[in-house]
Design a protein around this ligand. Sequence first.
Ligand code: AMP
Length: 196
Amino acid sequence: MSDQIRSVCVYCASSMQADPSYRESARQLGFVLGSAGISIVFGGGRDGSMGALADGALDAGGNVIGVLPNFMHDVEPGHPNITELKLVDSMHERKLAMIENVDAAIALPGGCGTFEELLEAITWKRLGLFLKPIVIMNFNRYYDPLIKMLDVSIEQKFMDKRHSRMWSVVEKTEEVIDAISNAPKWDASARSFAAI
Ligand code: AMP
């Protein structure tokens, strides 16, 4: 199945202080994707889970594209060894460049930057602007409270039951590719129930 998945966008953390197991799981995911010949588009950072993800993919001979806004590049270097580092003018441009041509979006544990990227992808999918699988990597059950919040928003009718098909949740890196392949189909007709 993985031959149909050419590239994925991975949202993940910049933190170097989170437990090292988070970086290790990012590195493993990079390795799994790189070994499957799946290109990675990510935030371009050298540190934290971002850097570990890229290192894992590069170790597997994978293709890794970073998208870094100029203002960040001025204060910190992008990852030095990736296949391509794209410099863009703003965070908005970056998020569009990260998601526009990929076959799926994956969120690893992270902070507010990762949350907003994940929630933007879900929002765009609800509106029929992004139609691809979204996988939440719930390593260490980190995302349980956010998944609960999404469920509560459905219970309280801020979203429709059908919206829960927009994301899949896995706990292990080895499950990510299957979750992408088996994600419920989603098309632009979703716009008809975007507002409930
Ligand atoms: P966070 O999860 O809050 O660490 O935010 C990580 C996300 O925000 C990444 O996916 C990046 O898009 C962006 N980001 C935050 N900090 C950095 C950084 N130091 N270098 C590159 N991207 C960053």
